[in-house]
Write a protein that binds this ligand. Structure first.
Ligand code: DGJ
Length: 756
């Protein structure tokens, strides 16, 4: 049973395959105190870890020092203003102006499966392909514990939800707050999704930070005293900071040590914080950022938070990542494309920018189809009078000056070449220079009397409004139904400012950020319901909304506008810390690269793009002949290895981010019969020996045959080595011949050999 309640000690025990999470109810007031999170336990008698038999003692024994108890007890969900000076998870303003909250246990229930979170993306119990929520509880491999607590002074019920997965080491937590009517309205000023308690003075944290074209850099620090956090108040999860935090033992590395990973299934403002307090209690909190958040909860209403996923690994960061990958592949992404090879696309953005017409796109498609590319994506610039980025967002009608004959003509022509067609839209935006803005200036998020902050010469549509969402959806629907469009890139190129909505009113303006995010989710849900076979790729000025929330709607997300393969090594490492390779939009770029000005071998650009969804973003009619001639080989490479890349276990072997010289990653099939190793030598070295690479994740007892993929022949060379898994992992192999010159790469394919 993954969830057990021990009546004697009022203890709850949650077990995943390899982990245990425990907390208990103490004292007459029903404090909910954390006991343990870590390696799976068979013994459950650890209630002593709540330390209630030690000074300052629980209030029923020592009310004189209640404040001291409050300030050190390991609360499962800490309230506000009643003596716990560490950061809280929950605060309000009630009708009398009081902000304090307390969370006191009332009851529990255990539910089969995992209830949906209304209007929000969330993991689901059933792994049946593409079935979001188990109607057949028999198939469910997840159970949910709901703890109902109360804050009677505020007339609130707080439901702490824990969903425990049986096939992966992950627990999903979220919170619901219900106004039971003591007050007609309570303002929720902070409702985090989860809080976790640890104890110790030797933890590190990992956060991820970045900027446009440099997303998700890994930043590891020793956890000192005080609060350490990342957050976004930009209205999206952002390029700058990421809704993820890892807490790890300071000796943990890729393959060794205790690691706790926390990932927030949300695409808007967030906070992810670790706080080390006076007694070396460590509190990790995560949820919607309280900045500019104020939600009115009327009597009888309920507010539901997004969920946080926690993963524990006893074997370093690599195992944590693989847990997240399995969870997100099997329990979050719903798209029918999830387990499918995605069509190899060619996107015209860096090929033409805004300078294209029907003829140009068809010429790209003609060449691309001859080479084996399967999908043409027409990016920004096809609508209104958009010849640069300063107009027309919101005017979703085809610019027939560019697309002579219209959209359907173009799509039909592309289809005739045997290619699919995809389109770009930025549905959340409105240009001041657009018919839409001229007709509905109040549809933009802005504050009357202030000059709105422009970004990329555009404003954000007020998606908190149903009328704006309905209009936006109708425009998208019209375009998508006007031709055989099989792919949509949903872009979002600016962050929110000027928080003002013409309809929300003074009382509810603090709901804008979250309502905006809910509005985006509603639109995406309508889209995938109406167009279930559409391949949706989310994007936000590159990777500013690469988060688990978006994966609920789209199986892939554009990872970064920087496609330089060297820069991508770091970006992919950070992204794959949490997200499966199957989700990472990756293209072979033009050279010199438009972001870095760097020239890299075409071959290497392909190896790096292979670790994501794989596609091209260049003018295939104009690139050097030799590069173009390599495309059919790269396409064979993709078809040969993508099943493995998409569904296998990912291992980081060497990190260019750390060693500044080379990178290596490996994908191993679930049954360990096959593996693909990619080695990229970034900087050439003079007089250099072969490099020793110790492989990972293989079966020590299996014998493997090793072959190199040869780009010239588009096939694998003869076997160059045959070794048992133990030798490959513990002794390693010498990788030769890629050290003269910069940016060289190699693919090594391992296959199990059955010896008669
Ligand atoms: C930002 C995206 O990340 C790019 O790929 C491209 O679609 C541009 N927007 C178009 O404006």
């Amino acid at each position: 049973m993954p969830i057990t309640y021990l009546d004697k000690t009022k203890t709850f025990k949650l077990d995943t395959p390899n982990t245990t999470y425990m907390f208990r109810i103490v004292d007459d007031e029903g404090f909910i105190l954390h006991l343990y999170y870590g390696r799976r336990l068979t013994d459950e008698n650890i209630d002593d870890l709540a330390r209630i038999e030690e000074p300052p003692f629980v209030p029923s024994k020592n009310n004189r020092d209640r404040g001291s108890f409050m300030d050190c007890a390991p609360f499962e969900y800490p309230g506000h203003g009643l003596g716990d000076y560490r950061d809280d998870a929950f605060s309000v303003i009630n009708e009398e102006g009081y902000s304090a909250t307390s969370i006191n246990y009332k009851s529990y229930k255990i539910l089969p499966g995992k209830p949906k979170l209304p209007g929000l993306p969330a993991t689901f119990a059933n792994t049946n392909k593409n079935i979001e929520q188990s109607s057949d509880k028999q198939n469910s491999i997840c159970n949910t514990l709901e703890i109902t607590a109360e804050d009677s002074a505020n007339g609130l019920e707080i439901i702490l939800s824990y969903s425990v997965f049986e096939d992966v080491d992950a627990i999903a937590r979220s919170v619901r707050v219900r106004n039971t009517g003591k007050y007609q309205n309570i303002k929720l000023t902070k409702v985090l999704s989860a809080s976790y308690e640890f104890y110790g003075d030797d933890y590190d944290t990992i956060f991820m930070h970045g900027t446009w074209a440099r997303e998700r850099n890994i930043d590891r620090e020793h956890l000192g005293y005080g609060k350490h956090y990342v957050s976004s108040t930009r209205g999206e999860s952002s390029h700058q900071e990421h809704p993820f935090i890892a807490l790890l033992s300071s000796d943990a590395n890729e393959d060794y040590g205790d690691v706790y990973g926390f990932s927030f299934v949300y695409s808007g403002n967030f906070i992810a914080q670790a706080e080390r307090s006076q007694f070396d209690n460590v509190r990790v909190t995560m949820g919607i950022s309280p900045v500019d958040f104020c939600w009115n909860l009327k009597a009888g209403e309920e507010f539901c938070t997004p969920e946080v996923i926690s993963v524990y690994s006893d074997a370093g960061l690599g195992k944590m990542s693989r847990n997240f990958h399995d969870l997100y592949r099997n329990h979050l992404i719903r798209s029918p494309y999830k387990d499918m090879k995605r069509p190899i696309l060619i996107n015209n953005w860096e090929a033409t920018y805004f300078n294209f017409d029907t003829e140009k796109l068809i010429s790209i498609a003609q060449k691309a189809s001859q080479l084996g590319i399967e999908l043409l994506v027409m990016d920004d610039g096809w609508f209104g009078h958009r010849d640069n980025d300063s107009s027309s967002l919101g005017d979703w009608y085809v610019n027939e000056n560019k697309l002579k004959g219209g959209l359907k003509y173009l799509v039909d022509e592309v289809n005739k070449l045997g290619m699919k067609f995809g389109i770009w839209m930025e549905p959340e935006m409105i240009s001041p220079d657009s018919d839409l803005y001229r007709a509905h200036p109040d549809w933009a998020i802005q504050i009357p009397g202030r000059t709105p902050v422009m970004s990329r010469e555009q404003y954000v549509l007020d998606l908190t409004r149903q009328d704006v969402r309905d209009y936006t959806f109708s425009q998208m629907e019209k375009i998508l139904k006007s031709a055989n469009i099989e792919y949509l890139k949903w872009d979002m190129n600016r962050q929110l400012t000027d928080l003002g909505s013409a309809l929300l009113g003074a009382e509810s303006m603090g709901e804008l950020y979250h309502r905006y995010c809910l509005g985006v989710y509603e639109l995406q849900e309508r889209l995938i319901t109406e167009f279930p076979n559409l391949l949706l790729e989310n994007c936000s000025g590159g990777g500013a909304r690469f988060d688990p929330g978006m994966l609920y709607y789209s199986p892939q997300i554009w990872t970064s506008d920087d496609m330089d393969p060297v820069e991508r090594l770091k970006i992919h490492e950070g992204t794959a810390l949490v997200y499966p390779l199957s989700t990472m939009g990756a293209h072979v770029c033009d050279c010199p690269n438009h972001s870095t000005g760097r020239t890299t071998p075409f071959e290497t650009r392909g190896y790096v793009a292979l670790s994501g969804t794989f596609g091209y973003e260049l003018d295939v009619t104009r690139i050097p002949e030799a590069d173009r001639n390599m495309i059919p080989s790269q396409i064979k490479m993709y078809h040969r290895y993508n099943d493995l890349v998409r569904s296998g276990d990912y291992y980081r072997v060497a990190s260019y981010r750390e060693n500044h010289e080379w990178d290596c990653w490996e994908v191993v099939s679930k049954d360990k019969s096959e593996a693909l190793v990619t080695v990229i030598n970034v900087i050439g070295r003079v007089n250099y020996k072969s490099r020793l690479v110790k492989l990972k994740g293989l079966d020590p007892d299996k014998i493997y045959s090793l072959k190199v993929f040869n780009m010239e022949t588009a096939a694998e060379d003869e076997e160059f080595l045959r070794l048992r898994g133990d030798a490959l992992m513990y002794a390693g192999i010498n990788v030769k011949g890629i050290y003269h010159g910069d940016f060289k790469g190699r693919l090594i394919h391992l296959n199990e050999v059955t010896v008669q």
